[in-house]
Design a protein around this ligand. Sequence first.
Ligand SMILES: Cc1cc2nc3c(=O)[nH]c(=O)nc-3n(C[C@H](O)[C@H](O)[C@H](O)COP(=O)(O)OP(=O)(O)OC[C@H]3O[C@@H](n4cnc5c(N)ncnc54)[C@H](O)[C@@H]3O)c2cc1C
Length: 427
Amino acid sequence: MTTAAILGEDLVKRYGHDRGLAGLDLDVHQGEVYGFVGPNGAGKTTTIRLIMDLLRPTSGRLEVLGLVPARDGVPLRRRVGYLGGDFVVNGRQTGAELLSYLAHLRGGVPPARVTALAERLGLDLGRRIHSLSKGNRQKLGVIQAFMHTPDLLVLDEPTSGVDVRTRHEVLHVLADLNDDGIAVVLTTHDLNGLAAHLPRLICFNRTVVADGPPRVSGHIAYRGVLPRSAVPEHLWSPSVVLWAGPKTHLVHYPLRRGELFNLVAVFHSEQYAEGWDAAADPTELHTKFAHAQPQVRELLSKIDTWKMWVLCDREPVANWTQGRITLLGDAAHPMLQYLAAGAGMAIEDAWVLARCLAHAPDRPERALLDYQNQRYLRTGRVQYTACFFGELYHASGVARDLRKQLLGTPRARGADNPMAWLYDGIE
Ligand SMILES: Cc1cc2nc3c(=O)[nH]c(=O)nc-3n(C[C@H](O)[C@H](O)[C@H](O)COP(=O)(O)OP(=O)(O)OC[C@H]3O[C@@H](n4cnc5c(N)ncnc54)[C@H](O)[C@@H]3O)c2cc1C
């Protein structure tokens, strides 16, 4: 089993009103090479700087090699090799002088190791730094990061400005370090070159679909569970049962082969809270359901502890793919839960995506677009229909009569079932 080299929990970095990083979780293991990829401004370099304590997080937890960067900066630097994207050095020194100085600061490095690395990367250490090309200066940066055999390597764009041969050599050196059990994190824009050779990629991207915060539906779900023995016999049912009323509804169904009885009570409210597991206020629930059927009130009264879930969705979108990045499931098409179809849609996505990739294995960007284009009308239809059902469940007047007509009779089978388009799945 590998151990964690970097652990981050809900890391946030704000620059004034701008968010450099919005709730990043990181779990980097020893002996693994991770590439951070994504567009400019997505938070890659911010993350590197948090790891190196060049920036401090606004909130969240970060541990690097078991140390806290903001507290243990000095011991941490001894164990980390770092190449910043802005690697700048005194140009009058030779490469050998610079590396000897840095080796001394780090408690000594065998000169043979420095020479071997320079030979591998094809760098003449006798030349003054100001006479080196950008690519050769970058090689110097790579050597100073690698030479003291650190426990963790942190590299910001290590192959920026270097030629293809050097890029290969950098990759080989990384592979050797990897064999030695060292963890490596690096950022790269080089998706077809460097990133394509990395075993693990962490994608930083906050703008695949830039449509702002979730849309609050104005409906809140309270969830509670009863053991089978606490359900009165006259209220037990092995089926999914929906009790609908103006601005409220209750759904119940058995869980775990009938050991438990799940209740989801939904009502109108403008209250907002993040997440789907917040503690809830039963008084509000009983007030909202004060005029519900006696059976509903009896069931609700059986539960003391409720969890609250503010229901949100988003307006459907047609495009959730950017190049080699695409979305699946709720990330692509979040929907209200009224059709119990979110997980089903995510599974269908995976099936269609796999099929598209199998058809165009050499053209992944084409395959991702095909996948999206085959999916968005179906998932958009489910999103809109889920909103409609939410309205229908809570309706009065004509809409209530329509609900009785649609849902009040046993569900028709086959083509006569108006929901066959959804629940019969896809080819
Ligand atoms: C209470 C409840 C009941 C439901 N009942 C049904 C039902 O009966 N039928 C049905 O079809 N659907 C149901 N759904 C909907 C269904 O659960 C979702 O639509 C489905 O789980 C979506 O799958 P997903 O893979 O897209 O997203 P998720 O299941 O949400 O998976 C996303 C994963 O990504 C992780 N993640 C998020 N951010 C990061 C990050 N920055 N770094 C690393 N990891 C990250 C999350 O921790 C999570 O594990 C229900 C949902 C809820 C909440």
